[in-house]
Design a protein around this ligand. Structure first.
Ligand SMILES: [Zn+2]
Length: 871
């Protein structure tokens, strides 16, 4: 029979966790590949822990059972039961070999979970619950076993066949078939299982570990992409060396394999010894990848490699602990990116992501703690909260313990739990023990959803030369979040500046632990300007009653990149807010010229890190403005935002011309930091130029595109004209299409660009692009590029007519029928609807309720939409 797990959505709770009463000592898989009917023979050695003889659940989803045997004997029908979850084995001895034979169709699997086909190759994605779509198995992360996998297929069509571990046998068979056997000596949960087969080209390299072992590195890509994985290979070697030098962690198997796949729901997957990557995080050459793409490849390669310890060697006990491996590994990845590039720029980008996207998630109906207590579909918890906020919590721990203390804690954690499936409590206990520190209050970060608010006020006592900072922490709970909130530990990095920019008090960490707290600074001889939460030292919303000139001082003089950038952004947002008030009160819009005079010195300043300068001169996006000013209606805000950005660019127009000429002239054809900094400065200046002198900007954009050395310059030209009605936009889009139509990754950029435009005709353009010959609704990268980008286009997704909502909802209904994970991710764009005005809220509500009523939604999408509209 066909097991179909998608019946009635049921919530799963952390409090119901029960450890398995058995062990799967080893697993032998024998898989004969066939697009229509792949056959699996799965032999598992079971051993009971004690007297408990409750039924053993073998999960299954969308697969057909052919035969089941215990110790070679066909099992009596009474000894097991098939349910909507899988197979329940109720009669069994203390120790036995269970053999299950089953089949399924990889070709029909469009959910891209389990074993599926991407064009002419087979590949797998088992995290979190894909293994049950391959065979009957206790598919839970706390069941660890060693796997031996034999794969059989036609040698001509599938010359390369890979699985986890080391290859131990290769045999030619009759009828043009061949088979290979892989053995993974490390115990692992089933979510780390992987299999790949196809006509792939191999690119080889090697790495010598610190103990002198030689590791073979093998990358598998389509033959035409063979010359595009050099950057990824170098990144891998750098990451392996970095993890040895920083955490003393060495790679364990003899071979490390990476495969690139174009149909993939996620970014990449850390399967033991056989990483599977979305092509966009492997393939790069100057003509198709931007500087940002190069950085992302380095980061993602590092991330998946670091999982070999934080995730694979020490794994999660259950899926509620997802942040245990993800938050920690994102932090390790961020440390690695700082080592490879610019820590200041990285930190600003991370803070920006937190402040705009994660804070929005954390105040929406989808808000959840980094260790959730309950879920319907775990795939919905691969969120910014679990990953990015989870990482910020690890970063705070690092700040509180210091680098040395944190490394000691990590050493204890890996030594104590190697080969185990553990919890976030185990992780914190290792750090607490290694540092003799009480982390019980700190652990609240794992349990409490929502973003803490820290209100700060200052008082300077001139007679006593004393300055006091008063902090008040509180939570504004999200809709429906009724759990009580207690004060958390918040490390606040503070620097005190004088009016002339000199330092009155050097940056230090203050520990906020209470609801109300006062910190006193002695010997402060003038009223200081407090630069708060330098380096974005905690994932909190903070406020302080700054004057505009104080923002100016921080922007010009702070030693901390985040403080400088944040002051610039705050100053602009407050100016836009002021304009919106004038507009709402029907007054003429008047701009304070102080804003511009504070930017002039930045324009003139010379920077070692030009990427940082470019960030300081980049205006907040309209999306950022809508997040920051939820009380201004969207229509008014757009009008004011458009007015302000044009005014800002115009005010400094001569400067943009000079900057553009200078940095364009300095361009070079390499990916060094200084070359990428010059490109970034040229691109930012070109964007401003396009707003203040459209014809001059358009001419430069066309010239830059036609003479570009690389993709960063081409995308810079396209981005500059993307919101304009000038004919050059159409011309550049056509040139791009002509050049790149056969390159999938480049075409993703082309779709995303048009979906993100603020031009009035964007909705119609997106509708037309849905039937473009290069678009495929079954390919996740294409859906994310066109539809997910559109769903985050604040201006048009929230069009007053409701047309934007309808467009996205219709496509969710279509995609949900074959790929629930992708549909659910798209659906989460609706989660911030409560901050909208009444008329828009009413439209969202009608459209989402209709989806719930009229469609038979998957668990994934049902969970997101029902939570989003629930009261
Ligand atoms: Zn990860």
């Amino acid at each position: 029979m066909m097991i179909d797990a998608a019946v009635t959505p049921q919530a799963i709770h952390l409090k119901d966790y029960v450890a398995p009463h058995y062990e799967v000592v080893k697993v032998d898989l024998d898989i004969t590949l066939d697009p229509k009917s792949t056959k699996v023979i799965n032999k598992m050695q079971f051993k009971m822990h004690g007297k408990d003889k409750s039924p053993i659940l073998l999960h299954a989803d969308s697969i057909v059972l052919d035969e089941i045997l215990i110790d070679g004997k066909i099992l009596d029908k009474n000894a097991y039961q098939l349910t909507d979850k899988g197979l329940e084995l109720s009669e069994y001895p203390d120790k036995f070999e269970l053999t299950v034979v089953n089949h399924f169709s990889p070709e029909a699997n469009k959910a891209l979970s389990g074993l599926y086909m991407s064009k002419d190759m087979y590949c797998t994605q088992c995290e979190s619950q894909g293994f049950r779509r391959i065979t009957f198995y206790p598919d839970r992360p706390d069941v660890l076993s060693t796997f031996t996998t034999t794969i059989r297929a036609s040698e001509k069509e599938y010359p390369v066949m890979l699985s986890n571990g080391n290859p131990i046998e290769h045999k030619k068979l009759d009828g043009g078939m061949h088979q290979v056997t892989w053995k993974d000596p490390f115990k692992k949960p089933s979510y780390l299982f992987a299999l790949v087969a196809g006509p792939l080209a191999e690119v080889k390299d090697s790495f010598q570990t610190k103990s002198g072992r030689n590791i073979e590195l093998a990358f598998y890509v389509r033959p035409e992409d063979k010359n595009r994985c050099g950057h990824a290979i170098e990144a891998l070697k750098k990451a392996m060396k970095w993890d040895e030098d920083t955490y003393g962690l060495e790679y364990d198997l003899d071979i490390y394999m990476v495969v690139a796949v174009s149909d993939f729901n996620m970014g990449a997957m850390e399967n033991k010894g056989l990483n599977i990557f979305n092509t966009k995080y492997i393939l790069a050459d100057p003509q198709t990848a931007t500087d940002k793409d190069y950085q992302l490849i380095e980061a993602v390669i590092g991330h998946e490699y670091f999982h070999n310890w934080s995730g694979n060697r020490v794994t999660c006990r259950d899926w509620f602990q997802l942040s245990l491996k993800e938050g920690l590994t994102v932090f390790r990845e961020q440390q690695f990116s700082d080592y490879c590039g610019s820590p200041g720029v990285n930190r600003i980008e991370q803070a920006n992501l937190m402040q705009t996207r994660q804070f929005a998630e954390d105040s929406s109906p989808l808000s959840h703690p980094i260790r959730p207590e309950t879920y319907i579909e775990i795939n919905n918890f691969y969120t910014l909260t679990v990953y990015e906020k989870g990482c910020e919590v690890i970063r705070m721990l690092h700040t509180l313990l210091g680098d040395k203390g944190f490394k000691n804690g990590m050493k204890t954690y890996f030594e104590r739990h190697d080969g185990q499936a553990v919890t976030t409590e185990d992780f914190l206990k290792a750090h607490a023990d290694a540092n003799e520190k009480d982390l019980s209050q700190f652990s609240r970060w794992y349990r409490q959803a929502g973003t803490p608010n820290v209100q700060v006020t200052g008082h300077w006592n001139a007679q006593a030369n004393k300055y006091q900072l008063h902090t008040k922490q509180s939570y504004r709970p999200a809709v429906g979040d009724k759990t009580p909130k207690e004060p958390v530990v918040i490390p606040m990095k503070v620097e005190l500046l004088a009016d002339d920019g000199s330092v009155l008090f050097k940056e230090s960490v203050l520990e906020i632990t209470k609801e109300d707290q006062t910190f006193t600074f002695d010997g402060i001889k003038e009223r200081p300007i407090p630069a708060l939460f330098s380096d974005f030292s905690a994932p909190v919303k903070f406020s302080y009653p700054y004057h505009n000139h104080e923002y100016g001082v921080m922007l010009k003089h702070s030693s901390d990149p985040f403080t400088r950038w944040n002051a610039a952004q705050k100053m602009i947002i407050e100016t836009i807010e002021h304009l919106a008030k004038q507009r709402t009160n029907k007054k003429a819009m008047l701009l304070d010229s102080e804003v511009f005079s504070d930017f002039e010195p930045v324009v003139a300043e010379s920077f070692d890190d030009l990427n940082f300068k470019a960030l300081l001169l980049t205006l907040p996006t309209f999306g950022v403005a809508t997040q920051a000013l939820p009380n201004v209606t969207q229509t008014v805000l757009w009008e004011v935002y458009d007015y302000f950005t044009k005014f800002f660019s115009a005010k400094l127009c001569d400067d943009w011309k000079v900057l553009y000429a200078e940095h364009y002239a300095a361009r070079k054809d390499d990916i060094s930091q200084s070359a990428s900094g010059n490109r970034q400065m040229a691109n930012v200046s070109l964007g401003h130029l396009m707003r203040c002198d459209e014809n001059a900007g358009a001419e430069q954009a066309l010239n830059q595109y036609q003479n570009a050395y690389n993709m960063t310059e081409k995308m810079g030209a396209l981005n500059a004209v993307n919101n304009s009605h000038h004919e050059v936009r159409k011309q550049l889009l056509e040139l791009f299409l002509e050049e790149y139509q056969s390159n999938e990754l480049a075409m993703d950029k082309w779709f995303a660009l048009q979906a993100s435009s603020t031009r009035d005709d964007t909705i119609d353009q997106v509708k037309n692009l849905l039937s473009h010959k290069n678009f495929s609704i079954q390919n996740p990268n294409k859906v994310y590029a066109l539809l997910n980008t559109f769903a985050h286009n604040e201006r048009h997704f929230h069009a007053e007519s409701g047309e934007g909502y309808q467009l996205v909802a219709d496509n969710i209904a279509t995609i949900d029928k074959f790929n629930p994970q992708v549909a659910a991710r798209l659906a989460s764009a609706f989660s911030t609807w409560r901050r909208l005005d009444e008329s828009r809220q009413a439209k969202v509500k009608v459209i989402l309720k209709r989806l719930l009523d009229e469609q038979k939604l998957s668990n994934d999408t049902f969970e997101i939409i029902s939570k989003t509209v629930s009261d």
